[in-house]
Design a protein around this ligand. Structure first.
Ligand code: ATP
Length: 240
């Protein structure tokens, strides 16, 4: 079982009425891997991430994440994963960030002592010292995104699904998020599947990438080979 932890395996499809958002998709990710997930707008990335985290179920096929069927949303599964969507936030706007984080800790049943230890550690890794007593709305966009990471990682998930986590951030804040993710991965060996329209995120963090095009996986392999000689990548709108 330990070898399986964090492994993502799936062979699935998803239709919305007549729209085949995700056709036949299949890949496997090993524990500790950091994999980039690329594709143009509407290619099917978010739909795939929603299936992997159990927010929607596949129309056909199987999804397994860390040994679980995501759609069952079992507590044991939810403790092992996290989903960060750059355009959505879970922290409560008007509360001091620390109070909002405390609610997250309660939801996951994290004991107070453990909560304080984890917040302390993540605050340092994210360079958020002195910021979290303020209401969430007073934080800069970059600080808020980092605080969102803190919230999303409090329960020490093994598998991180990150959908555009640097969207709209300025270059410095993007670098901050990237540095943090690298450090977090090295420290905890977390498995990460990451989408981004910023190629710098992908090149900084991923050796391997998946490319989805019109609901189909068209590439699964090394990032360097993709850039060098894989034709469909020209259709993938990423900012280089
Ligand atoms: P983006 O980068 O814009 O988020 P994406 O690669 O994440 O794009 P998806 O959001 O997965 O793409 O969308 C894939 C396809 O499924 C698109 O054609 C989209 O219009 C369609 N789609 C997504 N969600 C729904 C829905 N709830 N109902 C109907 N069609 C949907």
């Amino acid at each position: 079982e330990p070898g399986l932890q964090g492994t993502i395996t799936h062979f699935f499809r998803r239709t919305y009425r007549a729209v085949e958002a995700v056709k036949q998709v299949s890949f496997q990710i090993q524990p500790g891997e950091v994999v980039g997930f690329l594709g143009a707008n509407g290619a099917g990335k978010t739909t795939t991430l929603k299936m992997l985290t159990g927010l929607i179920h596949p129309s056909a096929g199987k999804v397994r994440v860390a040994g679980h069927i995501p759609f069952q949303r079992k507590a044991e599964f939810l403790q092992k994963i996290t989903l960060v969507m750059g355009q959505k936030q879970q922290l409560i706007w008007d509360l001091p960030a620390l109070d909002s984080l405390k609610i997250n800790a309660a939801i996951y049943g994290i004991p107070d002592k453990e909560y304080r230890m984890r917040v302390g550690e993540l605050t340092e890794m994210l360079s958020l010292q002195g910021k979290l007593n303020q209401p969430v709305r007073k934080l800069s966009l970059g600080e808020r995104m980092k605080a969102e990471f803190l919230a999303a990682l409090l329960h020490r998930p093994q598998v991180l699904f990150l959908d555009e986590p640097t969207l709209g951030l300025d270059v410095n804040a993007q670098v901050g998020v990237r540095d943090f993710l690298r450090e977090y991965n090295a420290k905890y060996g977390a498995t990460i599947l990451l989408t981004s329209h910023y190629m710098a995120d992908i090149t900084a963090l991923c050796d391997r990438v998946l490319v989805i095009h019109q609901g189909q996986l068209v590439y699964d392999g090394g990032l360097d080979e993709l850039i060098d000689n894989f034709a469909p990548c020209r259709e993938v709108k990423v900012e280089l």
